[in-house]
Design a protein. Structure first.
Length: 710
């Protein structure tokens, strides 16, 4: 390799020794080199000697310049700029072309330094420092940059050798004497910080300093006054704060005062992105649930407020597409999460039609993923075993209180709710607790079905139209000019990247993901959640007759919480029987599991409201019955019969017949007895007098006469 000016040569025998070629003349076989490890001037050496050393391996060419500097003049202070420009002018004056190579000769260099000293009014020592720095650091303008950043001993501790107080003196007089912080004082500082400052109750540093003085710099005299005396020599709060800042560990402080979970969520460094480990659509779904920011009313009675619904969303990590959802009234659980996964795996066309929304199959893609990320509450369940075995989904659980590990679905909750909240009556308002504010719950107007319709329209918008401003496209997406819109990212990933979405038979999907429960076979039908169903198998095998004769029994069923019009009787691991709701249960038609539960709860509540009145009425009735019985017994005793028991029992039939004849006379009624000239016992019709007849014939005759009069 050819030797040039500024070439660096490292000695093989002395690895730490590096020399720089600062001038050369091939014709004269001469060059000057300077040792970078010594603060010295350049020395002469034959060029051929250097070439021979390179050939023999005594020297090697060093590629890395240890004095290479890249700096920005705009970041320099005014003092640094002034020193920098002054040094550069001096060096330019000495190293002019007419002074080369004389500047390398000691006697000639001395003359130039004296002239520069006179010219710039600087000492020769300062000029020598500039010149050596220029040669050693590469003979560029940046080589003469001053090393002011090394001044002051930044970060170095000063030892207490003279006994004098270090640092500035106090501005104001104090009762306490000044002191230097010793190693013993530092130990007190550390113990106090560990004991009092790094705690979850988040004490202030000033309070911690007070505990330091109380525990380590006070004397307790147990006299009658029980006084506590503070030592005359104590560290100041400024000294305590100084060492606190020197030792301060932000990670330890956040973890101990905020908790490790909150540190991981809010303060840990974020060096990656959510989709950096996914390779395409379906590689990973994120699922989560949250309470909606709105209060709803009952679909059966709009005057009744039913509280806040729970929203489940399933989002594709690669494209940010919302692939599934479920909205119900139950708290977050695997049951709701399974319905959201069911929504992700099946077509949404029919589901949207149920709410009056028309879409095409390609407007909202569906399919099962390779893995699902979710909270422990929604994912860990016995149902998980069925999902893993039959649907081949890898379930990953996030630690508790770590929503940042499923940031895609968490952000989608925020986008949807913040977008629709201003439009909704009954939406939660931030000023609810303030005096004079209106209770937003009283403005509730939407039913669960109406709210689901609003959320569906919002999701369709975010899937098909929303531009993801924070989405980092990869090189392939940029090259194909794919806009960061979820649906278009999904379609591009399915065509050009590793699309891992899987399709499963709708029946298999529903059978595995629908919640399971127990139903009772009764003589009135198959009862589940207070609703009665029937099926072809139950009728053919006479289940209801057997239940009437032998009693009811339990059967395993699956159900769709969104619509309880049908039950699915699980016959075995793969087969099922569809059970239809009986016509007598029409009030539950097209109602969700949560709505039916609410209705049944209201029915039970209405019944309990009358229990007290009914109990009082029962007691009153019993009292009246007892009163009548007591009166009857009293009369019977007053009319006591002297007949024998046998005689009384033999006359029952005759007594009954006699009593019946008397009752007929009292109970007989006459039609038209309120007419003028009417008689209680005889009815005159066309001057014919009807005398006493048999009671049944008389009744028939009177009814016919009444019909004739009308």
């Amino acid at each position: 390799m050819a030797i040039l000016v500024n070439t660096l040569l490292r000695s093989v025998n002395e690895p730490n020794k590096i020399e720089r070629v600062i001038w050369m003349n091939s014709i004269e076989d001469a060059c000057f080199i300077v040792d970078l490890t010594r603060n010295s001037y350049p020395t002469f050496k034959h060029l051929s000697e250097i070439n021979q050393d390179l050939h023999d391996g005594t020297y090697i060419i060093e590629e890395t310049d240890p004095h290479l500097r890249i700096f920005d003049e705009d970041l320099m202070s005014e003092a640094e700029k002034a020193a920098y420009e002054r040094a550069w002018k001096v060096v330019q004056y000495i190293t002019q072309n007419e002074h080369i190579p004389n500047v390398f000769v000691p006697s000639e260099r001395a003359k130039l330094i004296r002239n520069a000293s006179t010219e710039f009014a600087l000492s020769e020592a300062v000029i020598k420092k500039y010149l050596k720095r220029y040669f050693i650091r590469g003979m560029t303008k940046s080589a003469v940059t001053p090393d002011l950043f090394k001044c002051g001993g930044t970060g170095k501790r000063r030892n207490d050798t003279s006994g004098k107080k270090r640092g500035r003196p106090r501005k104001n007089q104090s009762l306490y004497l000044e002191m230097n912080v010793s190693e013993q004082d530092k130990e007190y500082f550390r113990k106090t910080l560990e004991k009092h400052y790094y705690q979850k109750n988040k004490p202030s540093l000033r309070w911690t300093y007070q505990q330091l003085i109380r525990e380590h710099y006070t004397t307790d005299f147990k006299d009658e006054k029980k006084a506590i005396y503070i030592d005359r020599i104590i560290p100041t709060f400024g000294q305590f704060r100084y060492w606190f800042e020197c030792w301060r560990d932000q990670t330890k402080e956040a973890s101990s005062r905020e908790g490790s979970k909150k540190y991981q969520q809010r303060y840990r460094p974020v060096l990656g992105k959510s989709n950096q480990n996914v390779v395409g659509p379906g590689s990973s779904y994120e699922i989560d649930a949250t309470n909606a920011d709105i209060y709803l009313v009952s679909s059966f009675d709009r005057k009744k407020i039913i509280g806040r619904p729970t929203i489940y969303l399933v989002c594709d990590t690669y494209s940010r597409l919302v692939v599934g959802l479920y909205i119900g009234l139950e708290n977050p659980s695997w049951s709701g999460a399974s319905m959201a996964l069911l929504s992700a795996g099946e077509s949404k066309v029919e589901y949207c039609q149920r709410y009056g929304i028309e879409i095409q199959e390609e407007d909202w893609p569906s399919g099962l993923p390779i893995s699902v990320i979710g909270d422990r509450g929604e994912v860990i369940s016995d149902q998980l075993k069925s999902v893993i075995e039959n649907l081949h989904i890898n379930v990953k659980n996030t630690p508790s209180y770590r929503p940042d590990q499923k940031s895609v679905v968490e952000k989608m909750f925020d986008l949807i709710q913040s977008h629709i909240r201003p439009h909704l009556p009954g939406a939660i308002q931030s000023d609810f607790q303030e005096r004079g504010s209106v209770d937003y719950r009283l403005e509730s107007s939407l039913t669960l079905e109406e709210y689901i319709k609003i959320v569906l329209k919002c999701i369709i918008y975010f899937n098909t139209e929303h531009y993801l401003s924070g989405y980092e496209r990869n090189l392939l997406q940029i090259a194909n000019d794919v806009p960061p819109i979820p649906l278009q990212l999904w379609e591009f990933g399915m065509k050009h990247e590793t699309g891992l979405v899987r399709k499963v038979s709708p029946d298999i999907l529903r059978l595995n993901l629908m919640p399971q429960g127990e139903a009772s076979v009764t003589f009135r039908g198959i009862r589940f959640n207070g609703i009665f169903y029937s099926s072809e198998r139950a009728i053919n095998e006479r289940w209801f007759v057997q239940a009437r004769m032998n009693g009811s029994w339990k059967v395993n069923v699956s159900y769709d919480p969104r619509d309880l019009n049908f039950l699915y009787l699980r016959l075995n691991r793969e087969d099922f029987e569809i059970c239809s709701m009986l016509e007598s249960q029409a009030k539950y038609d097209n109602k969700s599991f949560d709505e039916i539960n609410f209705l049944n709860s209201e029915e039970r509540h209405a019944q309990t409201k009358y229990e007290d009145n009914e109990l009082q009425s029962r007691i009153k009735l019993a009292t009246e019955i007892d009163s009548i019985v007591a009166s009857a017994k009293s009369k019977s005793r007053a009319e006591g019969s002297k007949e024998s028991k046998a005689s009384r029992l033999r006359g029952i039939r005759e007594n009954r017949e006699e009593e019946k004849q008397q009752n007929r006379q009292h109970e007989a009624f006459v039609i038209g007895q309120n007419k003028k000239n009417s008689s209680n016992s005889v009815v005159h019709v066309e001057e014919e007098t009807i005398l006493e007849l048999d009671d049944i014939q008389l009744l028939i005759r009177k009814q016919r006469e009444t019909f004739d009069d009308q």
